[in-house]
Design a protein around this ligand. Structure first.
Ligand code: F6R
Length: 587
């Protein structure tokens, strides 16, 4: 949720930190702060706003010193204010801390520290870390002070502290923390994007790892103070990919990147696919979980598993998983779907499933993520970095991977024709001219509600389309199973209500037409998304002809584009929807 970056090396730390924070801003973007160490003094500047704004007003990049930490915040405890922005310092400004996560027992710790005479400057849970370290430094060295602090705090955390000695220390529990080993200094960050410009050599810390580093040495310990070692991983992604290129926003760039990312996702490594099929075939009970967009992928997987593989799966939203996990056992398989591989709700579901001895198979984008490391096997969707907070290309890539897996269960008669060249042409057709969608957005920009209807495997797409409209354009939108409208939602329809229908020609076509008639006769304005026009549609968004079972992968794209234009026309920043963050690492 928040982003953390620390640096110690030959460069001026602040300018390195500012650029790193800009790259990780997707993790949280309500306030920003930097602390540097300059001639035995710790300097702190922080403020409310995005990195560029705070840097412009406070000249963060000019702060002196070659050791520093930086942070962008996504508020949990304490409002969005300068005093709640990180870094937080102890009473004497000897240690300064940035934190990502939630300290569950902070109030009790804070009360005790206040009784001991500590003075707090913020309402955050995070500030207790600085004061606890201060207390332990009176008795112990830095290493032991960090260990004692970690033993006191309950909850989830990745935190990094700098000290007047020039040392940088960090620790993690259920929040990501990664070390970057550079030729001109070392980094410690929430995401490899924080240091990829300088080095591709990374150490992924595990839970209960503590690190103390300077510009040359990196020392890792467990909570008992024993030295430990972790492998150095070479991180593969190219920096060029996180540029906006010719596009105004990452979101529209990533929507267009689907021309390549969907065909790429279909090309799963053969042996990985075979292993996946083996794991699924040998499991008695299959559960699938995910959050938000990834949950919608899971829902679609349910329809496809039933239809093409005759396999029953149970789909559980990750945030609900702990309440319905009783049926898991050693014959169960949990398939966890996550773009980031760091979503707290998903990781929590995986932990619970592991406690029940279930196997874990994951479908992820970030193959260095915590989820991959917790899984018995993972399949990569290979989408490259997705910076826009709203998931777009990762969703269609998840679907492509799910289709590829399910295709392997259709051994006698393969109904899913997924030739890559065919897909490239189809995607080109959809993405080449989007002016009609821009025009629809102009007509719709002031509406209060939008409903999206779909039946069978179009229903998860209706839910996903509604989520895109909500988060990008701040318009209330609801996905509804088309057959359900007569059981309640019809009461909301009045003249002019906007209803988008997903209605390509397949076995759902006539049922959905019935629902459209019911809407239309009550005055709804219908936007049809289909390969075939119909007089019932007030607007018609044509889909190219494709194997009828593959429509879910392409029919979401016009809704993604429409949501993008609706955001622009409502002056919302599509890359950074208000109140959201890309990587939701808190429960
Ligand atoms: C919506 C969106 C979120 C994520 C959700 C899970 O556009 O991006 O709903 O899908 O937070 O994230 P991952 O897939 O990283 O686990």
């Amino acid at each position: 949720m928040c982003s953390i970056i620390g640096y110690t090396g030959k460069f001026t730390a602040a300018s390195v930190l500012v650029e790193s924070l800009k790259k990780m801003e997707y993790r949280g973007y309500d306030s920003v702060g930097i602390a540097t160490l300059d001639s035995n003094n710790i300097l702190i500047r922080k403020g409310v706003g995005k990195v560029r704004e705070v840097d412009d007003s406070l000249q963060l990049y000019k702060m002196p010193g070659q050791v520093g930490i930086g942070h962008t915040r996504w508020a949990t405890h304490g409002g969005i204010s300068k005093s709640n922005a990180h870094p937080h310092t102890d009473c004497d400004n000897n240690v300064v801390v940035v934190h990502n996560g939630i300290i569950d027992n902070y109030q009790q710790l804070k009360d005790n520290l206040i009784k001991q005479g500590h003075i707090f400057q913020s309402q955050t849970d995070s500030e207790v870390i600085a004061h606890l370290i201060e207390t332990y430094l009176k008795k112990f060295d830095i290493k032991q002070a960090i260990i004692e602090t970690c033993k006191q705090i309950h909850g989830t955390y990745a935190f990094v502290a700098i000290f007047k000695s020039g040392l940088v220390a960090g620790a993690r529990l259920d929040e990501p923390l990664i070390i970057g080993i550079g030729n001109n200094g070392n980094f410690i960050s929430s995401d490899v994007l924080g240091f990829l410009e300088y080095t591709d050599k990374a150490i992924f810390l595990d839970n209960y790892d503590i690190v103390i580093l300077d510009d040359k040495n990196i020392n890792l310990f467990d909570f008992n103070g024993n030295a430990i070692s972790r492998p150095i991983t070479q991180v593969a992604w190219e920096l060029g990919d996180i540029d906006k290129g010719k596009y105004a926003h990452y979101t529209i760039k990533e929507i267009h990147e689907q021309k390549n990312s969907i065909p790429m996702a279909f090309q799963i490594n053969r042996s990985s696919l075979e292993k996946t099929v083996d794991i699924i075939s040998s499991s008695k009970n299959i559960f699938i979980t995910g959050s938000g967009t990834s949950y919608h992928s899971a829902l679609l997987a349910k329809y496809l598993f039933y239809k093409f593989a005759k396999i029953r799966t149970e789909i559980i939203m990750s945030s609900e998983f702990e309440y319905v996990s009783g049926a898991l056992d050693e014959n169960s398989l949990l398939i966890a779907i996550s773009q980031s591989g760091e979503t707290a709700d998903v990781l929590n579901s995986v932990k619970i499933a592991k406690q029940h001895k279930a196997k874990i198979l994951s479908i992820v984008n970030i193959s260095t993520s915590s989820l991959c490391r917790l899984s018995d096997h993972y399949v990569s969707i290979n989408s490259g970095p997705e910076i826009g907070v709203a998931a777009t290309k990762s969703f269609t890539a998840q679907l492509a991977v799910i289709y590829s897996i399910i295709d392997n269960f259709c051994t006698n008669n393969r109904p899913l024709d997924m030739s890559t060249s065919m897909f490239s042409n189809i995607l080109n057709e959809i993405l080449t001219d989007t002016s009609y969608l821009e025009k629809i957005a102009e007509d719709l920009k002031s509406v209060r509600d939008i409903y999206i209807l779909g039946t069978s495997y179009h229903y998860p797409i209706a839910l996903e389309g509604a989520l895109k409209i909500k988060e990008l354009a701040y318009i209330h939108a609801e996905g509804i199973a088309a057959g359900e409208i007569k059981h309640g939602p019809l009461a909301l329809i009045e003249p002019g209500t906007i209803v988008i229908v997903l209605n390509p020609e397949d076995e759902t076509y006539y049922n959905v037409l019935n629902s459209i008639h019911q809407m239309k006769s009550r005055g709804a304005k219908i936007i049809g998304i289909s390969n075939k026009n119909n007089d019932l549609y007030d607007y018609f968004i044509r889909l190219p002809l494709v194997n009828k079972y593959l429509y879910p992968i392409i029919e979401i794209i016009p809704i993604q584009i429409l949501s993008y234009y609706l955001a622009i026309k409502n002056n919302a920043n599509p890359d950074y929807p208000r109140n959201l963050a890309k990587s939701v690492t808190v429960k």
